[in-house]
Design a protein around this ligand. Structure first.
Ligand code: FAD
Ligand code: NAI
Length: 468
């Protein structure tokens, strides 16, 4: 008889693979089932990694085109080699997904290729690509099946002209007219990539603002900056359908509050209106796991327990749909199964949007604090007044720190500027340690660096402003 596993994980994305590796390190007998053919999930295959590879390459292209001359650098005529740009993206993806296979071997994780289905308590069936099935016995099951793109009625995705993130990351030519539905993270990141490579980009958003999860001031500044880069925003518009003609696409939309239909022509449309948990055909009912009406797997808050002997992590449960959150969930569950403490504070999960400039935040927004009736002090510092930003000609944006009015404890930090995706880590650490804004204001920061703006924003909270 086959040996019983301590843990069988369904899904090999950041939630699943980190859970598997940590479980292996803790000496548990573990298997991870993945149906995609490669490990790494959405993030490595069609999400974080390929998008950042294209964001980086397209940013270099745009910088060479727009900024080199002003820096005293002359080039010949720049040309885009899209095939090579896509090839270097694929190389980054392949290297990283193979790296996880290596880590599985190193940590004695059994990688089971195929589709997992829960048959009942402690039993998971795996159907391989050849249709053959096997059943794994296990003490614990971890659901780490992630999420899939949401779609709208009246839109048929073909991943060629009307695409989700998957098609948006693999286009074979630069569409002349590109429409993004949704001014969220994918809309802004993918819109930036294709605008830099030459597309005329229109972003259609249902709400009357972009980036609904972000602090209002950050979203407003981002909209202003991205507009200058050629992103055309149509806010407060509801898309009603996309008609596919041979020569073009016709996108119909009307004001969200009702009114006349408007039609926009496009060569490609990217649908980026959010994602929904993916639990199709998983046999949840066989173990009494429930989902809400959006398909989110219900867990005991903070404990990742979906049913007796069943745990769930990552995009398929509550909390932000982010790779590092999924990773932290996965590690916490492995530790809980091994009898240790495992905990994730979702309030301290940072968000980063990898546009140029980047946006980054952690903790509460001003709007949330107002809604919760929390009294706070705000300190803000613009990169225009930061010497490194000035030498680099990268002066757009600011850092904003929100601290409790009575205790000075940092409640939130919101930034827009070049490199803030790295700078936010300082605030995450500070907030994990329950720091006061004064702690950052009194901490030495190297000069001249962009991160001095963080210190200056903290100093502004204390009223020691150094602004010109
Ligand atoms: P997933 O990564 O979705 O992994 C789940 C895996 O389970 C998949 O590989 C799937 O094939 C497999 N699976 C599902 N059902 C079964 C089954 N029955 N049997 C076997 N296998 C199964 N997050 C960030 O933090 N930073 C970013 O920069 C970022 N960029 C993104 C860019 C894009 C375009 C997208 C779409 C997402 C991005 N994300 C980013 C979000 C990030 O990708 C997800 O939050 C993360 O992948 C969630 O991890 P997960 O393990 O929960 O799920
Ligand atoms: P999103 O939730 O970030 O944004 C979706 C946007 O679409 C919102 O602004 C929403 O108001 C709008 N919308 C919803 N319905 C609409 C409709 N019918 N018509 C027009 N607009 C509509 O979702 P997105 O961009 O699809 O990304 C999915 C998730 O992937 C993100 O929430 C994030 O968790 C993750 N992600 C993270 C990245 C990062 O960390 N840098 C990068 C890309 C994705």
């Amino acid at each position: 008889m086959a040996e019983t596993y301590d843990v069988v994980i369904i899904g090999g994305g950041p939630g699943g693979y980190n859970c598997a590796i940590r479980a292996g390190q803790l000496g548990l007998k573990v298997a991870c089932i993945e149906s995609r053919g490669t490990l790494g999930g959405t993030c490595l295959n069609v999400g974080c990694i390929p998008s950042k590879a294209l964001l980086h390459a397209s940013e270099l292209f745009a910088t060479a085109q727009n900024d080199f001359a002003g820096m005293g650098i002359k080039t010949g005529k720049l040309e885009l080699d899209l095939d090579q740009m896509m090839a270097q993206k694929t190389e980054a993806v392949n290297g990283l997904t193979k790296g996880i296979e290596f880590l599985f071997k190193k940590n004695k994780v059994d990688y089971v290729k195929g589709r997992g289905k829960i048959l009942g308590k402690g039993k998971v069936e795996v159907t391989g690509e050849d249709g053959k099935t096997q059943t794994l016995d296990t003490k614990n099951i971890v659901i780490a099946t992630g999420s899939e793109p949401a779609n709208l009625p009246g839109i048929e995705i073909d991943e060629e002209r009307v695409v989700t993130n998957t098609g948006a990351l693999s286009m074979t030519s630069v569409p002349k007219r590109l429409i993004l539905i949704g001014a969220g993270v994918i809309g802004l990141e993918m819109g930036s990539v294709w605008a830099r490579l030459g597309s005329e980009v229109t972003v259609v958003e249902y709400l009357d603002r972009i980036m609904p999860g972000a602090d209002n001031e950050i979203a407003k500044e981002a909209q202003k900056v991205l507009k200058k880069q050629g992103l055309n925003f149509r806010l407060g518009m509801k898309v009603t359908g996309v008609e596919k003609l041979k020569s073009k696409l016709k996108l119909s939309m009307e004001p969200a509050s009702g009114g006349e239909t408007e039609v926009l022509d496009a060569d490609a449309v990217i649908v980026a209106i959010g994602r929904k948990p993916y639990t199709e055909g998983l046999g949840l009912e066989s173990v009494g796991v429930t989902t809400d009406k959006r398909g989110v797997v219900q867990v005991t808050d903070g404990h990742f327990k979906a049913a007796d002997g069943v745990w769930a992590v990552g995009d398929c449960i509550h909390g932000p749909m982010l790779a590092h959150k999924a990773e932290d969930d996965g590690v916490a569950v492995a530790e809980l199964i091994a009898g240790k403490a495992g905990h994730v504070d979702y309030n301290l999960v940072p968000s980063v949007v990898y546009t140029k400039p980047e946006m980054a935040w952690v903790g509460k927004t001003e709007e949330q604090l107002k809604e919760e009736g929390v009294e706070y002090v705000k300190g803000k510092f613009p990169f225009m007044a930061n010497s490194r930003a000035r030498t680099n000609h990268e002066t757009e944006g600011f850092v904003k720190i929100l601290a409790d009015k009575k205790t000075d404890r940092i409640l939130g930090a919101h930034m827009i500027g070049v490199g803030v995706g790295e700078m936010i880590a300082e605030l995450c650490v500070a907030m994990e340690f329950g720091a006061a804004s004064e702690d950052i204001a009194r901490t030495s920061h190297a000069h001249p660096t962009m991160s001095e703006a963080v210190r200056q924003a903290a100093m502004a909270v204390e009223g020691w402003t150094m602004q010109m």
